[in-house]
Design a protein. Sequence first.
Lengths: 114, 508
Amino acid sequence: MNAVTLAGLGGAVLVGLGLFGLVSNPHLLRKIVAFNVMGGGVFLLFGAVAHRGAAAGLGADPVPQALVITGIVVAFSATALAVALLLRLFKETGRPFLEDAPVAETSETDRVDG
Amino acid sequence: MISASLFLISTSAEESLLPVLIAAPVGVMLLSVLFGGRAAERIALAFMPIGVVLSAALAFVVWRNNQPLVYFIGGWAPPLGVAIRADGFSSVMLVTTALVISAAGLFARGDFGMTKDRTESRAHFGFWTLLLAIWAALDCVFVGWDFFSIYVALEMLTFAAVPLVCLKGQRETFIAAMRYLLFALLGSAFYLLGATLIYAAYGALDIGVLAQKLRSEPATWVALAAMTAGLLAKTALFPLHLWLPPAHAGAAPPASAILSALVVKGSFFVIVRLWLDLAPPQMGEAPAQILAVMGAAAVFAGSIIALRQERLKLMIAYSTVAQIGYLFLMFPLVVGQHAWSGAAWTGGALQAISHAFAKAAMFLSAGLIADILGHDRISGFRGLGRIAPQSVFIFALAGLSLMGLPPSGGFNAKWLLLAASVQSGQWVWALVMVIGGLLTAGYVYRVIAPALDPIEKPPFDAHPRAWRRRSAFALTLALAAILLGFAPPEFTNLLMVGAPTAKLERAE
């Protein structure tokens, strides 16, 4: 197994771990971190793909690198937005969960529907 | 010789419409960030006529040339460079975007407009800036012709749409926005994963280049499946719709109108690109059936849940879930080069547009009704027709198009899809459409019937002046949905430009 295959497999594992965290963890901050792990996995996969350019006589295909940089910027913006939203949500509700997540022993029950 | 060179110049001028269409709203958005506050509203309002004219000019050029308009950024052709391209469907979506955002923006002056007695707030500034951001992002999605540009455009769309949900600053809206963002982020991760695999397999991301190379092999299937799953989460197709109703119902009416009418269509449009423009027909057959089955489930589930809603805005949001389902019925009818594909393509595109106008009008009328009554509980609508006839009329017109009753864009859309499904022998989709139409009639009736109840004295007072001017903008949108029912044949010709079924003559 060479380094590129290892990088590809590592990316796949990160995508799997991130997906699991994003779906299974009710804590919103952990969900955001899990999204970043998943994104990191995709970028690593992209990096492994870049090696295919080596066949054309280049050191590596430069296109995936450009795409990964853009992708990192996008993921960074997404994380910033998500964290800002989470902070405001925490200020409003006092809990870092969505409403239907497991409730702590003392919870506000003042929410009125209708 | 001279005329030939003149022709070349004019061609390049036409092509440069494409980058201008993206650059203009982005530039104007940055201006409104720069000047902020009071200026943001003026800048957005001033840009609206320009944006409408730009998109209309593009649609005209595409229609007249009868071929898609393509622009290579920096003069570099794919696979090295990045192409942007407008075909008939994209130019029609661009015009719809411009019109709906303009109408909703003009309507929003009542909610987010700066008046003398109001102090400047972040919500005002945010609304107008986000409006322009959504406009720019949608333009990018509709002219994107490579999967990475489309990825960036879809992310821009999400980042602009999510804050729009929680501008009112209520606790529920933050929860709704967070749920929306999580679905969208999961969707974008899946989409990017698929795009990575596409690049790994073919070394290209340009749709035109890929369409030549694409083979039915495991890597392609995994890539397309991942991209589709991600896009479905963003489009809120049943059963991935959970985020949509609270987000769309919780936002301010003009924001709801834009989210429901346009934003979900962005990712839908990319699914059309994937399975109808990119994938070879023999590859698209089975996925098209799966998409349509999910669409049928959305039509039933969305409509039935809409029937049970107590609140008007939630009902309209669930109606969006159902109407998104209709959009997906076009896939098995269009895929392949059949005699009925053209009709189904036109029907699907028309459904996307007429739903945009009708749903925007419906959300705006719901906003007017909520302003008058101070609530949006359907059980309290008795006698509404007497004090707010305009609002009820707008709601009814929009409902007409959603149900698919003639004359309306919704009728033409459903008729074309119905004809295609009968012609192709796929009766089951025709059945779905008919039952879906009946269910839609049910939930529209639930609102209209009590509103038209002739009671002696309505239990509430009218405040007529505040909303008279605003209702004109909502009425314009509802009338647009109706007028689509009278669209001339040229309109169909435009929709067929660059369509995957363009080789066929127009099916009636």
